[in-house]
Design a protein around this ligand. Structure first.
Ligand SMILES: Cc1cc2nc3c(=O)[nH]c(=O)nc-3n(C[C@H](O)[C@H](O)[C@H](O)COP(=O)(O)OP(=O)(O)OC[C@H]3O[C@@H](n4cnc5c(N)ncnc54)[C@H](O)[C@@H]3O)c2cc1C
Length: 453
């Protein structure tokens, strides 16, 4: 049967090969899929991208900071034309106890210069759409509102994908799956197992509208400077394994929480309840005062770690970005967008190298993608922080006990009285010894250092 796909959503009309056959089919037009599409289309390959959303980004959510080394490499000076909100100059890491906050803040006006430390707050509904449009302009074909339900197998190898639309059966030499965290294709076709609940974070976020000058004043920002606040465990998330965040956009704040699915189920609490608790905290409420909720959304974050990553290369198929579990799990970085884009570029480069060498897209040949990932920062960082999900299970005290205790001790330390300071310090030390024990504390600190090593 011969199909010719109707052309949609593109100002560029690529040559469509016979029998609905493309060089590459990509599932998902998030950062990973769009980066791959851009590189492949620029090289002259026929690329089709299926995106389930009304447009790329329409269903996507993150905190968040777009880490932009890769997008800058692909589109130098992209911030001049891309819909970015603010560049991040202020970062704060905070611990909440009951009615208390202990924080570490880093402010760096030097990040005001291009390339702005490669960190911008963006709204995904705008940025992803823009980024995918760059791939379209390079010649990739984008089909929105098309969910891919399954891959096509021919003689034991993947030979394309089936999009839920008329004539949606599309064949390809190689298929790149970039459908995000909950990759149903990976599960359906045996590339990953069912998630273990402690290896999945469930996040909910609200976009809260506030006038620009209010945001500038509250977060001490000048011009397009932006702030990012990460709250680690403690009262921010009612002691669950997870954290909360506030990011500043031009005229809104992204405010959310993200918690281990395992802990949410065990404590029988919903992410919505955790978010409401966070927003009411006396150290958080003043930052949000007067804001109007513009949007509410939820999403999952994979926390596989290196040892439990899904299989990412097969005959005729590669998995990219979150679908491959490529997320930096460090509580200090929370990087995913750059790893996703880097994996898209590395997958595209692998495919191009095989094409140029006239080699087939076998699992063995495509495994060069895994090697490229391993040589890059992507797998090095995924590997470095691989122990964090298990650490969250074995050391819940870092999330449910220590933040409360440390903020209490800070209160004791700063409470003004006529008690001599030496006695205050001794009392703090005594409390630490009684409530935790010095041996236990040292052992726990070693374990934390090991998880972050
Ligand atoms: C709350 C939260 C906060 C985060 N904060 C940050 C942050 O501050 N900085 C950072 O770098 N990262 C952050 N991340 C992680 C980051 O968002 C992801 O790592 C990144 O978006 C992964 O990109 P991706 O292209 O692999 O997947 P996605 O961005 O999830 O894109 C997948 C795309 O595929 C489409 N799709 C899915 N299934 C199908 C299908 N079957 N058929 C067709 N299309 C499909 C989707 O609609 C989507 O467009 C955060 C994530 C969350 C949830």
């Amino acid at each position: 049967m011969r199909h010719v796909l109707p052309h949609r959503n593109s100002s560029f009309v690529p040559h469509v090969a016979e029998e609905n056959r493309f060089d590459v089919v990509i599932v998902g037009a998030g950062p990973a899929g769009a980066a791959a599409a851009l590189v492949l289309a620029r090289a002259g390959l026929q690329v089709l991208v299926f995106e389930r959303g009304e447009f790329p980004g329409s269903k996507n959510l993150f905190g968040g900071i777009l880490y932009s080394t890769i997008v800058h490499r692909l589109l130098p000076g992209f911030w001049e034309s891309a819909p970015v909100e603010r560049h991040v100059t202020r970062r704060k890491f905070s611990m909440l106890g009951q009615e208390k906050e202990l924080a570490f803040e880093f402010n760096c006006p030097a990040f005001n210069q291009p390339p702005y430390n490669h960190s911008f707050t963006v709204l995904r509904s705008q940025f992803d759409r823009w980024f995918a449009a760059q791939a379209e302009a390079a010649g990739a074909m984008l089909f929105n509102e098309t969910v891919v339900d399954s891959l096509i197998f021919r003689e034991g190898r993947v030979d394309g994908a089936i999009g839920r639309r008329e004539d949606g059966e599309v064949h390809a030499d190689v298929t790149l799956v970039a459908e995000g965290c909950n990759s149903m294709l990976a599960l359906r076709h045996g590339f990953r197992k069912e998630f273990e609940p402690h290896r999945l974070q469930l996040a909910v976020k609200e976009m809260i509208g506030l006038p620009r000058e209010v945001i500038d004043d509250r977060f001490q920002l000048v011009g397009d400077e932006g702030a990012a606040i990460e709250y680690l465990g403690g009262d921010a998330v009612q002691g669950l394994f997870g954290g909360a965040f506030i990011y500043t956009e031009k005229e809104s704040l992204s405010v959310g929480v993200s918690c281990s699915l395992h802990d949410l189920a065990a404590r029988k609490v919903t992410p919505h309840e955790v978010l409401e608790h966070f927003k009411k905290h006396p150290c958080v409420q003043p930052l949000l005062r007067g804001g109007e909720i513009l949007e509410y959304s939820g999403h999952m974050i994979p926390e596989f770690g290196r040892e439990t990553l899904p299989r990412i290369a097969g005959d005729g198929v590669l998995f990219l970005g979150d679908s491959a579990g490529l997320v930096n799990l460090s509580p200090f970085y929370h990087e995913g967008t750059n790893l996703a884009m880097a994996s898209g570029v590395l997958a595209a480069e692998t495919v191009l190298a095989l094409k140029r060498a006239g080699k087939p897209m076998t699992a063995e040949n495509l495994s060069a993608y895994t090697r490229r990932l391993a040589e890059s920062f992507v797998l090095k960082d995924v590997s470095k922080y691989r122990r964090i999900p298990d650490f969250g299970v074995t050391h819940p005290q870092f999330f449910d006990r220590y933040p409360y205790l440390l903020t209490d001790l800070a209160k004791d330390f700063f409470t003004v009285s006529e008690t001599p300071k030496g006695e205050i310090e001794k009392a703090i030390f005594r409390r630490l010894r009684e409530e935790v024990g010095l041996f236990r504390l040292v052992r726990d600190l070693f374990a934390a250092a090991r998880a972050l090593r």
